[in-house]
Design a protein around this ligand. Structure first.
Ligand code: ADP
Ligand code: MG
Length: 310
């Protein structure tokens, strides 16, 4: 029994909210109708292109008929709302306090992509009281069948917040650039996740390269070092995004590059990445994974046995 389930049992029948939670659980058992997939986009070093990847891949997936929710879990400043030209008035911090429902804070970005502005509430998410966890689980339950893909923009580094979201997700796309510090920091992140939390699988996306050859060489070099020092980890190559001045221009315009420069080289790569992810989604069994994500997220911090499922 996981912590969230234990928590629910403990307070069984104590409030209307909890009755609703249990009723919803019965009607949306784990074999829900949708095929939600939870992917964390992460990196060792900041500024490698996570937020742009999340935003553009989300739109490309949405164009393929998938419903995407972006969970902005980065405490940094240049977040998805900037790239999408949104001005969030509320965040998850207010949901935690019980002042707002999740549906009141979720924004609609370009082409219908949903955005949950969580960044300023991320620290609170890590330190919830039991009552707050129950309220939040109840809120999350209302979303479970609405989305096919949940993309989490995790922020960079090996802080507990970043690890927390990476563990709760089913899959992790680590973004690197050819810059040596980006590669060593990605290695450090994977090392912490493997050694301290037993995470064994990662996808690698190589950004800001000249061409695919450069991306493959970054992937191979990193894979070799990982195989030598951390046997048991598997890193799959998810693709590459070329260095593209159109992408930089799009950030200045506060419009995703796949919208304002759809024929640019980076837009084409984001579309390819979306195809790769959607193809995998369609092959996956129906198992209500978003539910597992919320539960793992609520279940606690890393080190409590909530290793990301592979
Ligand atoms: N493929 C790319 N080509 C050119 N510049 C890029 C590319 N990807 C990212 N950048 C630049 O890097 C900056 C940081 O990207 P961002 O997505 O905010 O990174 P992160 O979320 O990892 O901090 C962008 O504003 C853009 O200027
Ligand atoms: Mg970012």
């Amino acid at each position: 029994m996981d912590q969230a389930t234990g928590l629910r049992r403990m307070v069984k029948g104590k409030s209307d909210k909890i009755y609703r939670l249990r009723r919803d659980n019965r009607s949306q058992s784990f074999s829900s109708q949708t095929k939600p997939r939870v992917i964390a986009i992460t990196s060792g070093k900041g500024g490698v292109g996570k937020t742009n990847a999340v935003g553009n891949v989300a739109i490309a997936c949405q164009r393929m008929g998938k419903k995407v929710l972006i969970f902005d879990a980065d405490l940094g400043l240049a977040n998805i709302d900037i790239i999408f030209g949104l001005n969030p008035k509320h965040t998850i911090a207010e949901v935690i306090k019980g002042e707002k429902g999740l549906s009141q804070i979720i924004l609609t970005g370009p082409e219908g992509v949903a955005v949950m502005p969580a960044s300023s509430g991320v620290q609170e998410l890590v330190h919830l009281t039991e009552g707050q966890k129950i309220n939040l689980l109840n809120e999350f339950d209302t979303l479970n069948n609405n989305f096919d893909i949940l993309l989490i923009d995790t922020g960079a580094g090996i802080s507990s917040n970043v690890i927390y979201f990476n563990l709760a997700a089913q899959e992790r796309i680590v973004i690197v650039t050819p810059e040596p510090t980006s590669i060593t920091d990605a290695y450090a992140l994977m090392k912490v996740m493997f050694r301290e939390h037993g995470t064994k699988s990662f996808l690698l996306l190589v950004n800001m390269v000249e061409d695919e050859k450069e991306a493959r060489s970054v992937y191979q070099n990193l894979s070799k070092v990982v195989a030598r020092f951390m046997g048991g980890i598997s890193i799959d190559y998810a693709g590459f995004i070329p260095w593209d001045s159109c992408l930089q221009e799009s950030v200045t315009r506060r419009e995703p590059v796949v919208c304002c420069y759809p024929e640019s080289s980076s837009s084409k790569s984001f579309k390819e990445l979306a195809h790769y992810l959607v193809k995998q989604t369609d092959r996956r069994p129906i198992d209500g994974n978003i539910k597992f994500f919320w539960k793992r997220l609520m279940a606690g911090m890393p080190g409590q046995g909530n290793e990301g499922r592979d």
